[in-house]
Design a binder for this molecule. Structure first.
Ligand SMILES: Cc1cc2nc3c(=O)[nH]c(=O)nc-3n(C[C@H](O)[C@H](O)[C@H](O)COP(=O)(O)O)c2cc1C
Length: 335
């Protein structure tokens, strides 16, 4: 290892919202920040090659200061490009950079990154070393418990040991293996069984490593249970599809003072300035509103409200008044 990574924090965020392509963009992250002030929020995966000589850097990397703490997730297998990405992450003000070693999509495999890198721990180690040397940010890894037939406990331990030795500060482990051929990415999030006990056994063997459990944590209660064994709990789909479910998470996990119930209308109201500045920059209202659909569920009229917002906010010229009206409707319904 050439140089150790340094960091101002201990890297032990106890709750995080997982990186999800097409979901955890800056609008959803700003929404999620209305619900949890403490969660570590991940970006969608950004491909390291796309950052190289890109004239789209602001589009790929900009975020709102209220999104802190925020981790940039990167996909790639070239230590040089990943080092560049780590440098950019630091310049842009991210709190952490995370390497994706968990995505099984064929497109990502064709680029030799994502989950297929679990078969190449030495290359992952070189990538991590290069990222550590290029920036002072904590460098972390998100990975699976195995791929294809490479899914023994011994291989998982060897992978984590190698990558920890290279400087990785935290391991976010999706507790299911991925089949790289035969299953598509969606199936690879449901068909291989969850095996949190294998991650628990890893944590038992390496108590000094910071290990965050991911996969199938549906409720705050699941996370609290996971935190009895693991250093962190990472939630993906359940945070995206039920954002308000997580409104007590800061009180439950970080002991923050419990606030009164957050209503969907409060969230929308707080998002108005964000929506306004997005529209001012030439963005579309739907970019934000597509994430708001999930805020109202299981109450009479929810379907009509969602359909109405969907139809109106998707119009090219939709302006802030659509969101203001949708907020007022919720307020009037006591939601
Ligand atoms: C729509 C979608 C997109 C995803 N994109 C990414 C990604 O960009 N990077 C990544 O590491 N994982 C990605 N994942 C996987 C999630 O981060 C997470 O590991 C997985 O959903 C399991 O956690 P959950 O059961 O809490 O959803 C994605 C998952 C979903 C549902």
């Amino acid at each position: 290892m050439d140089a150790p990574c340094s960091s101002d924090n201990d890297g032990a965020y106890r709750f995080s919202v997982a990186p999800m392509l097409d979901c955890t963009d800056r609008h959803f992250r700003v929404l999620m920040r209305q619900i949890s002030r403490r969660a570590l929020l991940y970006t969608e995966m950004v491909v390291a090659k796309a950052l190289h000589h890109s004239n789209r850097l602001p589009r790929l990397l900009d975020f709102d200061p209220i999104e802190h703490p925020i981790a940039l997730q990167i996909g790639g297998d070239d230590p040089k490009l990943l080092a560049e990405a780590a440098k950019l992450a630091e310049e842009w003000g991210y709190d952490e950079i995370n390497l994706n070693v968990g995505c099984p999509s064929p497109r990502v495999q064709a680029g030799n990154f994502g989950a297929c890198l679990m078969a190449q721990p030495d290359l992952v180690a070189r990538c991590i070393e290069a990222m550590c040397n290029a920036s002072t940010l904590p460098v972390t890894v998100k990975h699976r418990i195995g791929i294809d037939d490479l899914d023994s406990d011994a291989l998982l331990l060897a992978f984590v040991d190698r990558v920890a030795h290279a400087g990785a500060q935290r391991f976010a482990i999706h507790a299911r293996k991925a089949w790289l051929e035969g299953l598509d990415p969606k199936q690879n999030r449901t068909i291989p069984p969850l095996q949190p006990e294998r991650v628990a056994s890893l944590k038992q063997q390496r108590p000094e490593l910071i290990i965050e459990l991911n996969g199938g944590l549906d409720t705050p209660k699941d996370c609290i249970e996971a935190l009895k064994t693991f250093d962190g709990a990472m939630v993906g789909r359940s945070a995206y599809t039920h954002p308000l479910r997580w409104q007590k998470i800061d009180a439950l996990i970080y002991g923050e003072p419990a606030h009164s119930t957050i209503k969907a209308s409060d969230v929308l109201n707080d998002l108005l300035p964000h929506a306004e500045s997005h529209l001012r920059r030439g963005g579309r209202l739907w970019d934000l509103c597509r994430h708001l659909i999930q805020l109202v569920e299981g109450v009479p009229g929810a379907r009509i409200w969602r359909r109405d917002l969907g139809i109106k906010a998707q119009k090219t010229k939709a302006d802030l008044s659509v969101l203001i009206k949708a907020t007022e409707q919720l307020k009037a319904a006591g939601l």
